[in-house]
Design a protein. Structure first.
Lengths: 311, 292, 472
């Protein structure tokens, strides 16, 4: 079948007819999105950025214009800002890399035609659909040093001797958080990569096999180029989301022990709701936002996950 | 006859059995990995379901029971009879379905427009949507509440559906954009040849072929909505409009956690996702076979 | 009564004009981005922009907006009942806003967006945060009404009084006791006497402590529970966190005699920690879980320990008994409470006062106290605890003995609140507590092994930072 041969011969008039609709269709198709995003995202961000220029008490409707005062305070005189930024970075990078490292092999495995694969897929995707609140509760329950199953299980199979303090140890709290968090979010990458793998035509692999390509070469030459864009996009998104992650950290450790897991979003929450300095919290959020914007622009420049794929 | 036959010690029969053996060893290895992976993913859910079936005095026993010593449905009964749990459940389902619908419609339309239609700056539009994820959501709730309140959309399904869709749509557009790129334009062009319009070829050809993407988008949208605490908490203040993630916190009484209730509620919250992923991923597989 | 309000009104009008500006700003951006589609919003804004709390539609119908963090089934039933009955009696609508996060977070959102609620139930610590930021209206006359209704006094240690004005109507109090497993005491031949001394308590903890059960729990974490534990023991050692000199609040933790007391307290809790799990992330829920699971023999916290046992392992409830909190010469303990607050920036304050009054009259409050965490939420007026309706209510008579109630009552009488260390009330006390620096102090010594004296000095320094931030 060679549809391709027709392409050259498609009369100009057909293209013209179709493309004359394009402006209208394109605009109509994009309009709902533009409206939704500007209303729901753009306006609140403008509000937040604008208000970060004021000194606002969280419990107090009065406000004084301080221009960049909040920013100066944060950047110049607040060591917690920098240390929490570093912890957010640790958490985001650790989570994203762990998730990626587990997810890609999992997706490749789940793409195989094996008996019971449907059940395995459902199980692998399920964690992503469990609400974070529930995940937090589950891991609190399982991670209790004296009464939880993790601590007791490890002891029962003889790996440890005595209770394990995951969330209550400065050393282990962050790794434990990253693992708990990744249990849920790995599935997101698995799902995206799996969906992409599913749309690679079998013929590509057959062609590779006929050329005698090994499994590794098939992966490198067929799979990887096809999932590249999805992986790059997912990496960017997961990075952003993990940098802004608040809920699961708050449920599991509340930033403790001794601030070991106080990432920037947790610190922002504390500024806003235990120190009651809303203006400063908004400024810190805006800084985090700007940081992510710059990193995002650089990332898009460097890797260009938006490049068109040709198959 | 290949060269192999002339190399001493390489009898083709031996080679075949070896190959078979290697193949079955590989299959076995695949299964081992698959099963251990499944256990790893499923254990927390099993543990939660198990706890929900245990009587409370077993939950609060110092000994950890890997299987319940006694099974009770008391926790579930208490949940379904005594509390507003079912209302929360219905709310969550309504909102999640709404979000899935809004997301699928907007993202397929926009994704297709970005792929096929020549528009100035379309790549920039797509990239900008990603930036909408970058502001930390914890503090965005205040302006959102202000806005929703001003237009009278607090305590409405529509209001919450729109708010959550704002979380799902930007990424979904990208995803659909990527997926539409894999649909060869030649197929659509040949349809145009037969007089089909752009809309016809969109619904008849591009959409069915992008099905794996569509399903991924649906799962993603459902997951975001089912998961959302922040927006639901701020926008749905009325008790009868609460969704599950917010409602489940009602089982913590100021300083005390009611583990029996929380864990059984959690187990019930996991049921629709389980059904959804099980059936959708089967569909995903079938969609793929048709497409190839 | 009026006089206490005049102070608030100029501020309020300032806030109102600010609010209008903000809304105008928002309106502008809505209009720019979304165009005519949102015209309805702007006209709505104009309609009631003149007052701080824009109720949707802005008619004359009064509506009382009530925020509460009491979200369990029993509390919800009570609040819903109050709202309905009040509506029937007066025709004024009451909207209940059950907040599953901290109610102050919800209130702050409402204040920031110009929808200040009329009422909230808060604990004294949370209420103080609002009070010293001038967000609360005085409710002294309602406290008077409350006292008259039950013919008793609301003692100072649950009140939030500033410059002679009350800012809460204290409905409940949460005093501290030591709860223990009586069967364990029997097993070891121990006897519960009146208030134990530190030394006696340590001996008991040491004796019980075994592989199966910890002698006690010393929460050593950056948590409220841990801060509470330290402050409690410091108080029972005659020490204090803050003091006033020349009227100004100061950190007293590392000053003069107090420093020796603080260091002594840390050292004692460090020794006691030997008989405790390594509680480096313990919050309220964890200490209860430890106790109910019989992982520890004691829980130093309120009657909630018993309530959790009743709820989860009811067959054991008879074995849970209290004694007075332990002391080292000073029988004084931390006591937090809570109740109604009235927000100064709200629209329907008179109706809200009426509602508060409604809820305390005709024993309606007794219903609350006998159904919402009964006994843990102990009555603030001694006479209520003596009432037949209270004592003979089904839950209390079935689960608590006379002696239990006496002990709770007495520990309440000997309690002081976070701000009660100084005279007059230290309005920053609750913030010093919520900063959790005192809990971190125990973490630093018990978990990280810091020198107690150094750790106390460091903590005092950090508390000074907290204080100076607040005093700005």
């Amino acid at each position: 079948m060679s549809i391709a041969r027709f392409i050259d011969y498609i009369p100009q008039s057909v293209h013209d007819r179709v493309e004359s609709d394009d402006r209208i269709i394109g605009t109509l198709f994009l309009l709902p999105v533009v409206l939704l995003v500007s209303f729901v995202v753009f306006l609140p961000v403008v509000w937040a950025v604008y208000n970060s220029l004021f000194d606002i008490g969280t419990l107090n409707p009065e406000r004084n214009f301080v221009a960049l005062g909040n920013y100066v305070d944060l950047l110049g005189a607040d060591p917690m800002f920098w240390s929490s930024l570093w912890k957010a970075f640790y958490f985001a990078v650790g989570s994203t890399l762990l998730q990626l490292a587990v997810a890609v092999p999992t997706a490749v495995l789940l793409n195989k035609e094996l008996r019971g694969i449907a059940v395995a897929r459902a199980i692998a995707l399920l964690p992503y659909l469990i609400p974070t609140i529930v995940v937090g509760m589950m891991f609190t329950w399982m991670g209790h040093p004296e009464l939880g199953v993790v601590s007791n299980g490890l002891e029962d199979i003889g790996l440890t001797d005595g209770p394990m303090y995951f969330f209550g140890s400065e050393r282990w709290a962050m790794p434990a958080l990253i693992v708990a968090n990744s249990w849920k979010f790995t599935a997101f990458i698995v799902m995206m990569v799996l969906a992409r793998l599913q749309s690679i035509p079998e013929s590509h692999y057959e062609a590779a096999q006929m050329c005698g390509a090994s499994a590794w070469r098939q992966f490198r030459d067929v799979t990887l180029p096809n999932i590249r864009n999805v992986v790059l996009l997912v990496l960017l998104l997961r990075g952003i989301w993990m940098f802004n992650k608040f809920d699961i950290i708050w449920i599991l450790t509340r930033g403790g022990p001794a601030n070991a897991t106080t990432t920037l979003p947790v610190y922002i929450y504390e500024i806003a709701f235990t120190q009651y300095r809303m203006g400063t919290a908004l400024a810190a959020s805006t800084l985090l936002f700007l940081l992510l914007v710059v990193a995002g622009v650089l990332y898009l420049r460097a890797f260009d996950p938006a490049s068109e794929v040709e198959t | 006859m290949s060269l192999v036959d002339y190399i001493p010690g390489l009898n083709p029969d031996d080679e075949a059995t070896k190959w078979n053996r290697r193949r079955s060893a590989k299959r076995a290895a695949n299964y081992v990995i698959l099963i251990s992976m499944s256990i790893m993913y499923f254990f927390p859910i099993f543990w939660m379901a198990k706890a929900a079936l245990q009587p409370r005095n077993e939950l609060y026993d110092q000994t950890v029971y890997y299987l319940p010593q006694e099974i009770t449905f008391e926790n579930f009964r208490a949940l379904l009879v005594d509390s507003q749990f079912l209302t929360f459940y219905a709310n969550s389902i309504i909102v999640a379905l709404g979000v899935v619908a809004v997301t699928i419609v907007t993202s397929t339309l926009a994704g297709y427009a970005l792929t096929r239609v020549e528009l100035p700056g379309k790549k920039r539009i797509a990239q900008t949507t990603i930036f909408s994820y970058m502001y930390p959501p914890i503090l965005l709730v205040m302006p959102m509440f202000l806005l929703w309140y001003a237009v009278g959309m607090t305590n409405t399904y529509v209001g919450l559906i729109l708010a959550q869709s704002a979380l799902t749509v930007p990424f979904s557009i990208w995803l659909m954009w990527q997926f539409f790129q894999t649909v060869p334009i030649s197929l659509e062009e040949s349809a145009w040849m037969y007089g089909a319009s752009r809309l016809r070829s969109f619904f008849g050809i591009a959409l069915p072929m992008a099905k794996p993407g569509l399903i991924a988008v649906a799962i993603f949208a459902f997951a975001v909505s089912w998961n959302d605490f922040t927006m639901a908490n701020i926008l749905m203040q009325e008790p009868s409009m609460r969704t599950l993630p917010v409602g489940v916190l009602f089982f913590t009484e100021s300083n005390a956690v009611d583990w029996g209730a929380i864990l059984s509620a959690s187990a019930l919250i996991a049921v629709p996702p389980l059904l959804l992923v099980y059936f959708l991923q089967r569909y995903l597989l079938r969609g793929f076979r048709v497409a190839s | 009564m009026r006089s206490s309000h005049t102070g608030g009104s100029p501020r309020k009008s300032g806030a109102t004009s600010e609010f209008k500006n903000r809304r105008t700003f928002l309106k502008g951006s809505v209009a720019t981005v979304a165009g005519i589609g949102l015209a309805g919003c702007s006209s709505n804004g104009d309609g009631n922009g003149s007052n701080g709390s824009g109720s949707n539609g802005g008619g004359d119908e009064a509506e009382i907006h009530v925020v509460t963090g009491e979200t369990n089934q029993a509390a919800k039933q009570w609040f819903d009942r109050m709202a309905n009955q009040f509506m029937q009696e007066t025709g004024i609508a009451v909207t209940m806003d059950y907040s599953s996060l901290s109610p102050t977070e919800r209130i702050s959102t409402l204040i920031q967006t110009g929808n200040t609620p009329e009422l909230a139930t808060l604990d004294t610590g949370q209420a103080a945060q609002l009070a010293f930021r001038d967000q609360l209206a005085g409710v002294s006359e309602l406290v008077g009404t409350f006292e008259d209704e039950y013919g008793g006094d609301v003692p100072d240690n649950v009140r939030l009084q500033m410059d002679g004005t009350d800012y809460t109507v204290p409905l409940w109090t949460n005093p501290t006791q030591v709860w223990y497993w009586s069967d364990v005491y029997e097993e070891y031949g121990l006897e519960s006497s009146a208030a134990l001394t530190w030394e006696e308590y340590q001996e008991i903890a040491a004796e019980i402590n075994s592989d199966d059960m910890y002698g006690t729990v010393v929460p050593s974490a950056t948590s409220s529970l841990s801060s509470f534990t330290f402050w409690n023991f410091l108080t029972s050692n005659g020490g204090s966190v803050a003091s006033r000199s020349d009227g100004d609040v100061q950190i007293a933790l590392d000053q003069g005699d107090n420093k020796a007391r603080a260091v002594e307290t840390v050292e004692y809790l460090n020794e006691l920690h030997e008989y405790s799990p390594r509680a480096s992330d313990f919050e309220w829920g964890d200490i209860l879980q430890s106790f109910v699971s019989r992982n520890s023999a004691h829980s130093i916290y309120g009657p909630r320990a018993k309530l959790q046992v009743i709820n989860n392992t009811p067959e054991r409830k008879g074995e849970v008994r209290p004694h007075f909190p332990v002391h080292n010469g000073t029988e004084q303990f931390i006591n937090n409470g809570g109740g109604w607050v009235l927000l100064d920036g709200a629209e329907y304050k008179d109706e809200a006062r009426q509602f508060i009054e409604f809820t305390v009259r005709q024993n309606r409050l007794v219903d609350f106290l006998t159904s919402v965490a009964p006994v843990h939420n102990f009555p603030t007026i001694a006479e209520i605890a003596e009432m037949d309706e209270y004592r003979n209510s089904e839950f209390i008579s079935e689960n608590f003995r006379e002696r239990d109630l006496e002990i709770v009552q007495e520990s309440f009488e000997k309690g002081i609140s976070w701000g009660g260390e100084t005279e007059p009330y230290n309005q920053y006390g609750p913030s010093l507590f919520t900063s959790q620096e005192l809990g971190t102090l125990l973490y630093n010594v018990n978990i990280s092994g810091k020198d107690p004296e150094q750790a106390v000095s460091d903590t005092a320094g950090r508390l000074r930072d907290v204080l100076s931030n607040l005093q700005e």
